[in-house]
Ligand binder design. Structure first.
Ligand code: NAP
Length: 245
């Protein structure tokens, strides 16, 4: 695992938005950030899942979170602008954004990639990330030190047979991260990406249904990198894609 020892309260007084916060890695990141003192904004598609994370955070006595139900497949530019206005109005600034939500689409030979699924994957994994980042950067620039974190994959830097739209979308994600990181170099905003590596979630099960789940990392195992990138300890890191494992 990424070598970083987590200090209690390291994220105190930070406000962090997490997309895809209702399940998998995003859910764990939300719980971990809240445990470390952050006020988390939980964005996701399924309200019941977000409410369950909200309840767990409150029951644990962590700072009260906020919920933003949003389907990134259908959301418009205005939705993201309104989201930023609400966050800045309520919290004054945004210290961190974890762009974690994405969809796998289908694993299939390239000549059989379904056009609609291709467009859906590009919408959720690329265009929605672009609109979110564009809308949220002004809120991030209001913080003394802010962190924008994209989520890539092993197939985001090396193409792999049958990973079609998903692989291409993750290459685009890394490209977007690098463009933003370069534009905001020497500012209070740092922009990086994580490659979680094989992690036991619904998405991983869809890609590898027959895999022995106990042989791969849990979302909790990979949190050191996720915490490092949101903490001030990573202030000097910009434009990198780091491996959680
Ligand atoms: N798990 C791995 O082994 C692995 C490896 C490499 C990279 N990754 C990346 O890590 C990130 C998290 O993956 P995961 O494994 O935790 O996946 P997951 O368990 O499938 O969770 C994905 C999350 O994204 C949300 N989401 C999906 N489509 C959405 C939409 N249209 N609008 C809003 N939210 C949406 C889901 O919400 P609902 O539950 O409400 O649908 C869910 O909370 C992804 O970017 C993935 O590509 C994962």
């Amino acid at each position: 695992m990424f070598d970083y020892s987590i200090t209690p309260e390291i994220l105190a007084n930070k406000t962090i938005l997490i997309t895809g916060a209702g399940a998998g890695i995003g859910r764990q990141a939300a719980l971990t950030y809240a445990e470390l003192g952050a006020t988390v904004i939980l964005l996701g598609k399924t309200v019941a899942k977000l409410e369950s994370v909200y309840d767990e955070i409150l029951a644990s006595g962590y700072p009260e979170p906020a919920i933003v139900p949003l389907d990134m497949k259908g959301a418009s530019k205005q939705n993201y602008i309104d989201l930023t206005s609400t966050i800045v109005g309520q919290f004054g600034k945004l210290d961190g954004v974890l762009l974690n939500a994405s969809m796998l689409g289908e694993l299939t030979p390239f000549t059989q990639v379904n056009e609609q699924i291709w467009h859906d994957v590009m919408k959720v994994n690329v265009s929605a990330q672009f609109l979110l980042a564009q809308a949220l950067i002004p809120g991030l620039l209001k913080a003394d030190s802010a962190s924008l974190v994209f989520t890539s994959s092993g197939v985001g830097s090396k193409g792999k047979a049958y990973w079609g739209a998903y692989s291409v979308s993750k290459f685009a994600t890394e490209g977007m991260m690098q463009v933003i990181a370069d534009e905001y170099e020497n500012s209070s905003l740092r922009t990086n990406a994580v490659n979680p590596g094989a992690t036991n979630t619904n998405m991983r099960s869809s890609a590898y249904p027959a895999e022995n789940k106990s042989s791969i990392a849990s979302p909790e195992d990979i949190m050191p990198l996720y915490v490092y990138l949101m903490s001030d300890d990573s202030r000097a890191i910009n434009g990198q894609c780091l491996n959680a494992q």
